[in-house]
Each structure stands twice: as structure tokens, then as C-alpha cells.
Design a protein around this ligand. Sequence first.
Ligand code: ATP
Length: 313
Amino acid sequence: MTTDTGDAPLIEAHGLTKKFGSFTAVDGIDVSVRRGEAFGFLGPNGAGKSSTMRMIASVSPPTGGTLRILGMDPRTDGPKIRARLGVVPQLDTLDGELSVRENLVIYARYFGLSRKVANARADELLEFAQLTERANSVVEPLSGGMKRRLTIARGLVNEPEILLLDEPTTGLDPQARHVLWDRLFRLKRSGVTLVITTHYMDEAEQLCDRLVVMDGGRIAAEGSPRELIERYSTREVLELRFDDEDHAPYAEKAEGLADRVEVLPDRLLLYTDDGEKALAGIQKRGMNPLSSLVRRASLEDVFLHLTGRRLID
Ligand SMILES: Nc1ncnc2c1ncn2[C@@H]1O[C@H](COP(=O)(O)OP(=O)(O)OP(=O)(O)O)[C@@H](O)[C@H]1O
């Protein structure tokens, strides 16, 4: 077989494009994912993340560019690639009338595992997903977090080298998200390469070793979360809210107190390495904000700087 990738990237795309009619959803992106890393696509709704993911999952053919996955071409080797991938789609596609265990066993049987092996694999995955005690429960009434963990477990049935996760924690409460992140850390430690799409900057910061910021089908920047923040933001951000509809005049008055000032509909952001000093400057100039907050810069700030928009509007 010519599928041994050695040190070569597990996923490599050049000029990857997806058009739907005359509309370009993914516009010539270059991506390279290495073995063992957690790689992210961060961008708002409609950025082209799911379209990219579906091409990587080898279920949607590219309309331009080249794509190689595990050293193979999805146009000709789709089934071979899919056998070595795990996919966690954006919406759960579990069978709600079956039990947790049955969902896993049936899926394992699709992959051709014998009943005995499928059962053993289901036991292992139930434990991994912390669902052993719910093994015989019907899926439908389970919490959103449990269903997500089961969907991830199902994606691992064929012991994939790469697990693709499309918006893994959308709609989950904070506690359920943390449980899920913990499971994903474990997977990564065990050597599975993770590819994640998200529009949550905290998720990207928590999980991804490297990521691309996507907007309008293009890649706006690439790097580790830390590198991106260092490259595109100051260390700190001073957030100010004033008792006024229009924050723009305050931006003018704050001129010179920070490296960069952004005006949002409900607040002013001052980008500076010393937020407290900037706040003192604001007060010295006679401005009295309703509230002020000095925080560490995040990927949200990177996105705002690169696109002039917020990730979640
Ligand atoms: N099958 C399709 N036919 C036509 N347009 C499509 C199709 N699939 C996606 N699109 C369009 O392509 C663009 C990118 O969609 P995509 O789902 O890839 O974005 P996304 O970043 O994953 O956002 P979301 O999180 O909302 O899924 C959107 O404008 C979407 O409407």
C-alpha cells in the first residue's frame, strides 16, 4: 500500500476550493495537519469550516485544488480514507430509540467488526465516554452532553488515526463542555490527531495546538493560539462601557492611550500591554466609564483585528 505517511502531514491541502454553483464556500485554502496535533478551524458561521471538514471527511469532493489525506487522494481513495477517519458531525445522528450500547455496536458492525469484537469495543468506548452506567438507557432522553460524548465514542469505533469534530460543543452548557474537552485531551494524549471546527475562541484556545482563522472561505491567519495573540494583539485589553449610545467620541478622546482602539456597539476596547495605566489615563482625561475591565487578550481580539468583526454577533 502507498498509504504510509511517515513524517509527511496527515492532511495536506493546496488551493483547496469548494464551489456550490457560482458561490465559493471555500476559496483556495492551504492547510497542513501533522500527526498527533489538535488542529482547529476557527471562524464565524458561514466561514466555510463545515464545507472544508466535509471535503476532509471525503464525503464532498473538492471543486478545485489538491487534497491529500493519509497520503491518499479522496477523489479516488474515499473508502480507504474513510475507514481510517472518525467523524463527529455538527448535529448528532444517533438512533434515539436504541440504547447507548446498541448505537455503538451497530456502528461497529457497519465497520465489519464481529459481534464479539464490536461488544468489547463498545465496552471500552462506553468507559472512555463515561457512559458505562447508561449503557442500556435509550438515547433520546439523555442530556446534550451525554449524546455528544456518545457521538464521539461512535466516531472512535474504527480506531481512527484522525478524528474530525465539527463544532463539538455547540449548544452545551459550560460544565458539559469541560467534560467533553477533558475527553478530547485524553484522546490527543493517546495519539489521535484531532481536527476541530469551532466558532468559540475559548474552545480553540483550550484545545488547539495550531489553528487557522477562517473568514469568507479564506484563511486570514495561521499559528498556535499564543502566536496569533502575540502577532495580532497587545497583551492586555481594557474594556470600557459608557452611559452613552455612541462610543465613538470616547475613542477619539482616548487617542494615544493605547496601541489601538476598537469601537463596538456597546463598548470601547483599548489594546495595550498595560491596561491599568491606560485606565488611569482615561480617568485623567475626565472620562467616567460605567464599567471598566482589564483582561488578557484572546483569539476573539485576533479575529476582530483581522476582520473588523466579532466571532459571534
Ligand atoms: N450544499 C450547499 N449548497 C449551497 N451553499 C452551501 C452548501 N453548503 C454550504 N453552503 C454555503 O457555504 C457557506 C459556508 O458554509 P459552511 O457550512 O461551510 O460554513 P461554516 O463555517 O461551517 O458555518 P456553520 O458553522 O454555520 O456551518 C455558507 O454561506 C453556506 O450557506
